[in-house]
Design a protein around this ligand. Sequence first.
Ligand code: ATP
Ligand code: MG
Length: 326
Amino acid sequence: MRIAVTGSIATDHLMRFPGRFAEQLLADQLERVSLSFLVDDLVIRRGGAAANICYGLGRLGLRPVLVGAVGEDFVDYRSWLDRNGVDTGSVHVSELAHTARFVCTTDNDLCQIASFYPGAMSDARLIELRPIVDRLGGLDLVVISPNDPQAMLRHTEECRERSIPFAADPSQQLARMDGPEIRRLVDGAAWLLCNAYEKGLLESKTGWSDAQVLERVGVRITTHGADGVAIEATGAEPILVPVVPARVTPDPTGVGDAFRAGFFAGRAWGLTLRRSAQIGCLLATLALETIGTQEYETAPDELAKRLSETYGADAAAEITPHLPVD
Ligand SMILES: Nc1ncnc2c1ncn2[C@@H]1O[C@H](COP(=O)(O)OP(=O)(O)OP(=O)(O)O)[C@@H](O)[C@H]1O
Ligand SMILES: [Mg+2]
């Protein structure tokens, strides 16, 4: 199954200020504020929804095609993704802008001062899927993850025109887009993925009821955090899949993306919806247990053990033969 994942590609630059911002901000001089914080730690993390999903798919032995826009500073990040099984041959490199970057400083009170620079991400709207379809000899699924809103709309229209099955994964961009735009992202999607809050927001912005949304998509997947995942399709009994219990939870970022990677890997292997959601939940828990969104390990023995502990030996026996040998 040839899967292309479109969406954001970004890095997070996270710093720690060993003091309190509140003590540096002088209430009577805020209009002239000019501060530089001497920080004692810098961590650079690879992220962006499309890159996170591709990382998970790549680790599971699929060869996803990453589709998004970056700057010329993408060199190291590209090698990392290449090493993890991602096809980066269709990433658009902007000549002018840098790769999207989130820069955040956190103080001892966990207060944060941050900026998000979208940069090259706005160029994603220039990307056409046709050359990618030609290069790969076809695409079986295009995942449309959070990105420049114009790019999300363009990729969706192109999938519809070319009859390529697509997954609508609007996530945080639901906040930015209006009802008519969201309708265009969702209508005719083979898959719709949201968390529980986004499901409500989507219904309120589109004006479509729960049933009306379901009529317009093939399968709807709603993640409920620690309460697991619901899978629904018109005329079928809903499927509920519990989570894989997490041993530690140092960093929740990227759980949704990891779930998507595991789920679509399961589908690519020809597994049922339930089994696919189980491998999705396992990857999500691995992401939850690790700091960073592309740092979790996927040792086959460990995956088999965790699957068997949560979902039983049958689940492990069906899923593990598909895992790549380490
Ligand atoms: N506390 C938890 N324990 C175990 N698994 C969890 C937990 N929280 C989330 N997950 C897993 O991650 C999946 C996605 O979680 P959630 O519904 O919170 O997504 P999200 O809000 O889109 O996340 P993100 O912050 O990545 O956007 C869940 O369906 C579940 O499998
Ligand atoms: Mg999410």
